[in-house]
Design a protein around this ligand. Structure first.
Ligand code: NDP
Length: 322
């Protein structure tokens, strides 16, 4: 496994990490979750991503249960939670958002579900226009100073709001955000490559990027329809299927156009897509999702594929993506 710094922090996280969205508590039960976490940890993954909203808290419960069962040493891995959407269906006003109350309540609840004394990473899952930024930052500052959170960050915040957070942190001597969690894959590049470009050097922001395979689209498994046992066939994710497969099939056409490049390197398209994410030096970690151990094992092979992506291959990829 390769380890990268989380931006300018001293934390070394694995270049591939593992997340629980969609899968834990929905597609995957206890036994499969245990196998996935054990495989990930054995292969050197040291960052596990979660959120209060994933399956209404059940993803965190399952992850905490399995990690306790596996007796993973607490100093050997990092775990995150994210706050904003709430952990219950139809949350009341105080059960969601980024108010001081919910940021603190959600942290305490995540600690309980994950069965840990502190969160390594705690992220604001989306910006909250109804809450003054300073209030959220004071809540994060409190949690960091209490030792309940080590690093706090944002997910899918506009660059200007992140810059404002750094300005407030400097003025008020508050702990600044260390990382952003944006979507980044061959089909979704604008924010990481352009909007956030000024943030990396100026503020030392790290990135923990999500959906590196665009929910599996970049494996090519959706080229000929939606497989029965796949995420996009799950009734709760019809919205995602519609979002990814619409646009006159433009995304699928791009996926098909990438296939010959992977074939020339004699690797599966998924491996090319993941290695491409790792090539970006502003990516601190690529969060993998998997519903089967075989997927995770295959995806980890992408670490060895990075050297195959030479300048000529990157140019070929860029010409398909442009
Ligand atoms: P991916 O885009 O990599 O999609 C993962 C899914 O693709 C798997 O669950 C599986 O679905 C399919 N898949 C993966 N590998 C293979 C393979 N080798 N062959 C065939 N199918 C494969 O990542 P996710 O969308 O899951 O995102 C990763 C993590 O990022 C999440 O778990 C979560 O922690 C985080 N995240 C954060 C968000 C945020 O707003 N901050 C939003 C979304 C995710 P299946 O078997 O069902 O087909």
């Amino acid at each position: 496994m390769e380890y990268r710094s989380l931006g300018s922090t001293g934390l070394k996280i694995s270049a591939f990490s593992f997340g629980a969205w969609v899968t834990f508590g929905r597609q995957v039960g206890r036994s499969a979750a245990r196998d996935l976490i054990a495989c990930a940890y054995d292969r050197g993954i040291n960052f596990f991503d979660n959120a209060e909203t994933y399956n209404a808290g059940d993803a965190e419960r399952l992850m905490g249960d399995v990690m306790a069962d596996l007796r993973l040493p607490r100093d050997g891995y990092c775990v995150s939670s994210k706050v904003y959407f709430g952990a219950v269906k139809d949350p009341r006003p105080t059960q969601r958002g980024l108010s001081r109350k919910h940021v603190l309540d959600a942290c305490h609840q995540a600690l309980g579900r994950l069965r840990v004394d502190y969160l390594d990473l705690y992220l604001c899952h989306r910006p909250d226009p109804d809450v003054p930024l300073e209030e959220t930052m004071l809540a994060m500052d409190t949690l960091v100073r209490q030792g309940k959170v080590l690093y706090w960050g944002t997910s899918e915040w506009p660059a200007e709001r992140i810059e404002e957070a750094h300005r407030i942190a400097a003025e008020r001597h508050l702990v600044a955000p260390s990382m952003e969690q944006p979507q980044y894959n061959m089909l979704h590049r604008e924010r990481v490559e352009r909007e956030y470009a000024p943030l990396y050097d100026r503020y030392g922001m790290g990135t923990t990027i999500w959906s590196p395979l665009a929910s599996g689209l970049l494996t090519g498994k959706y080229n000929d329809g939606v497989p029965d046992d796949s995420r996009l066939n799950h009734p709760d994710f019809a919205w995602l299927r519609d979002a990814l497969l619409d646009n006159d099939g433009a995304r699928l056409k791009t996926v098909q156009a990438l296939a010959p490049i992977a074939a020339d390197l004699d690797i599966p398209l998924s491996r090319l897509a993941l290695a491409w994410c790792l090539k970006n030096p502003n990516v601190s970690t690529v969060i993998l999702g998997a519903s089967k151990v075989s997927q995770l094992e295959e995806n980890l092979k992408a670490l060895d594929a990075v050297p195959l992506l030479d300048d000529e291959t990157m140019r070929r990829i860029a010409s398909v993506l442009s």
